[in-house]
Structure formats: structure tokens, C-alpha cells
Design a protein around this ligand. Sequence first.
Ligand code: 5GP
Length: 362
Amino acid sequence: MEWCESMPKVELHAHLNGSIRDSTLLELARDLGEKGVLVFSDFEHVILKSDRSLVEVFKLFDLIHMVTTDHTTITRITREVVEDFAYENVVYIELRTTPKKNKSIGMSKRSYMEAVVEGLKSINSVDVAFMPHDVDSRSSLNSMSIDNTNNVIPRKRIYVRLLLSIDRRETTEDAMETVKLALELKDVGVVGIDLSGNPIVGEWTTFWPALQFAKENGLAITLHCGEVPNPKEIQAMLDFWPQRIGHACFFEGEDWEKLKRLKIPVEICLTSNIRTNSISSLDVHHFVDLYKANHPLVICTDDFGVFSTSVSKEYSLAASAFGLGKKEIFQLARDAIEFIFADDEIKKILKQAFDSFVPNLA
Ligand code: 5GP
């Protein structure tokens, strides 16, 4: 585990509101409890429960969204989430979030995203590079700074890109609004669109026009796909040929065949799949078959707050569950660079960072 923590890592499937520190969530809920907006003891019980079904997870998200409604909180959780990833040596993250509207507090999808960007700007405990032009291929990922007693201390650096999520409860117009916003926010590091939200809600045909528009306008697409048995939707999603998919828990023969033929990378979230009972145990997880087939894979957290995990823990889990050694784990982590949505310049920097870690593999 310690070794997995020191290794550089890439995180490509992390939802902002699912990655909040428990301490922050409890603090926010306690405040709202005191104001009489919610009953704190009910909230506390739900947060501290360790395993919940997929249905319960979405109930929890509704609760989380009750305490993270305002701009200030969105800014705070963005800052903390990125710091937490950087502290465990994640060197590149694509953080996804659903832009939300809340008329009563003057929140629009745009102002929600401005609060997220404000969060990125407000980080000073680590170096954060999120603007597309904020790339310096000469710099290493650990820069130096001088503390107030003149000691030189290494500073962690993390590259951040954003994905805007479309929630499956949304209409075609809502989805289109999100895609247009993503296009306008390319200059603050938005690189793609995600389709997520409760998989038993909504129809693929509702989101298709917005996703197609996004694709035609150069945004990369990742879809939550096969989280529940829905063969028709899985086939339609694969035919759309997204750049990546998340989960793939309920794929059948022809789905695997198409996925492998199209070589669509899969974002694997082990703890999430087990906790939500989407997969009964790790020995039957599709990771094994895809890994053996040399299919593009990336290990991710999904929601590190909700599932009490971290990227390091997920790699550690993969190592112990699937019998992978340091070299295989390192290769798996390094291969993820190929599936990021940012440009080749960033890929080059990330490869340098990984390669400078190689001496630690012995
Ligand atoms: P947010 O987009 O509000 O920052 O992050 C939380 C949201 O991400 C949830 O409300 C849900 O729409 C989506 N989400 C988080 N985890 C999962 C997951 O495991 N599956 C799906 N389909 N959606 C998820």
C-alpha cells in the first residue's frame, strides 16, 4: 500500500461530489442541522454506513447535494478533493462534476462551474496546472519551494482537467446546455463530457443529440455503461464509440466482443463495483479477463468519499486480488497516460514523471 502511494498515478474516473472528505461532509451537515434544514443524526448514520446498494448510493448523493448547494461549498470541496489526490501522488486527474442550477440561490450551470474553477485557483498547498497553456515540459512533477525558515521543500504538482457530467435525470435541452458550456470552458481545462447518474433512470435517446453534438465539436466522451443489465443500451453506447467507458459490469458475450474489437478503454472502479453489489466478488471481476486480453484499462476510485477508498488503495487492491507485482502495477498505472483526454504535451510530461520512478521498482 505504501509503495502504491508513492507511485505516480493518473485518475480518470472521479466524481467531485462523491469525493468529499467525510470530515467536511459531516461539518457541512452539522451546520445545516443547526439551522434546522436537516436532521444531523439521520445524515450522519447514512454517511458512516460502509456498504450500500447502487440504489442507496444515489439516495446518498441526494443527501450530499443538499449540503453542497452553494458556490462557496463547491469551491471548498473542489480545493480539498484536488489536494487529497495530489497528496497521494496523483499527477493527473480528470475530475468530473454535474453543473447544477439552483434558482433560489442564483446558481446557474455556468456559475456552478465558475465556483469549481475558483476552487482550483484557490489551491496553494500543491502546484495545480489546469489551464491548457499551463504546461512546462522542462519542469518535473515535483517542484521546490522555500518555507519561512529557508528550507527547500518539495512541492507536489498535479495536472487537472475537467469533465462535465450529464445526469440521466436531465432533459435533452439540459444536456445540450452542459455541452455548450463545456465548449465555452475549454480554456479553463474542460476536455470532455461524461454521462452518469442513476442508471435505471432515463433513456439513451434523450442524451444522444447532446453527446453527438459534443463529439462533433471535439469534446471527448466517456459513458457510464453497463452498470445494470440493459443489453440494448449497452450496444447503442458501444456503437456510439465513446473514447472511454466506465464500469462495464453487466456486459454479455456480444458486448465484450464489440468492446474489445473497438478497443474502448474501460475505467475500472473495483471497490465501487463490490460495495454496490454490481459485482459479487473480485475473483469474478471482469478486470481479469480484460487484463489477460491486454485490453486498455485504467484503475479509478469513482467516489473516494462515498466508498472510503483512494487511488493508492485501488492499486493495492488490484495487486492483492489479482496477484500483480510491482512491475505489473506500475505498467498498469503508466499505461493510463494513453487514455487521458489532454494533449500529447501533457502525456510527454507524465511519461517523464513515471519513468523517473522506475528505480523504485527494484
Ligand atoms: P457530482 O456530479 O454531483 O459532482 O457527483 C455526484 C454525481 O455523480 C452523482 O449524483 C451521480 O450523478 C454521479 N455518480 C457518482 N457515482 C456514480 C456511479 O457509480 N454511477 C453513476 N451512474 N453515476 C455516479
